[in-house]
Design a protein around this ligand. Structure first.
Ligand SMILES: Cc1cc2nc3c(=O)[nH]c(=O)nc-3n(C[C@H](O)[C@H](O)[C@H](O)COP(=O)(O)O)c2cc1C
Length: 200
């Protein structure tokens, strides 16, 4: 495969916020993509501490109801309409991938390699971010739209209870996906000269 094929997929990945529930990619195919991403994603010292929980259909709706109930208790009434509209747009999709880190694996690394103790949490987050990116990009390559959301830690307890998540798993992000019903918004990019230095 030429790098161009990969880079095309990278360029195609955007934050899609307008989604509907038309299942344009089968659940089996999505599961296959996620499995391959999890197997092949790199991790610090190959610790493989990332965990994913995939919610489809009614379970996806259940997650976004939990987010809504949680925020209703916190967001002032006058602002809640806007919050609800936003949350409804996520619920309008047909699936969510929950990204976790198994903190037991990270703690073990900290014990085993005391010299690098301070690195394992950031490395775990970096590894999780790489996995998020692979899954996000792969789903969009199949024609799905997705966006990454962060309602953790507000929703952690309720979500753990609802879906039987291990108490040592730490929630890091929620990737919502569905059938994209409009193009993503404009995106500006900084000049490359500000961001890339090449020293030959
Ligand atoms: C680490 C990280 C955290 C993000 N958190 C959120 C978020 O909580 N909600 C959201 O709507 N988008 C979130 N985004 C998406 C960014 O806003 C988005 O990627 C950026 O504006 C560029 O747009 P694009 O994704 O269409 O390329 C996040 C992206 C990254 C990499």
């Amino acid at each position: 495969m030429s790098a161009n094929v990969f880079l095309e997929a990278v360029a195609k990945r955007r934050s899609h916020y307008a989604l509907d529930k038309k299942e344009i990619v089968s659940r089996d195919r999505i599961e296959e993509i996620i499995n391959q991403a999890v197997v092949n994603a790199p991790s610090a010292m190959n610790a493989q501490s990332s965990r994913v929980v995939v919610l489809f259909g009614a379970q996806h709706d259940r997650l976004w109801n939990i987010v809504q109930d949680t925020l209703k208790k916190i967001v002032p009434d006058m602002d809640f309409k806007r919050t609800k509209e936003k949350l409804d747009s996520f619920k309008a999709g047909y699936g969510t991938v929950l990204f976790y880190e198994d903190t037991r694996v990270i703690r073990k690394q900290e014990e085993d390699f005391a010299l690098y103790k301070d690195n394992f949490v950031p490395w775990a987050h970096q590894g999780n971010g790489i996995l998020q990116f692979i899954i996000w990009t792969a789903l969009e390559s199949e024609g799905l739209g997705a966006s990454i959301q962060h309602y953790n830690p507000l929703i952690d307890e309720e979500v753990a209870e609802a879906f039987g998540i291990h108490k040592d798993y730490k929630l890091l992000g929620q990737l919502v996906f569905g059938n994209p019903v409009s193009e993503p918004g404009e995106k500006t990019t900084l000049p490359l000269s500000e961001r890339v230095t090449v020293i030959r």
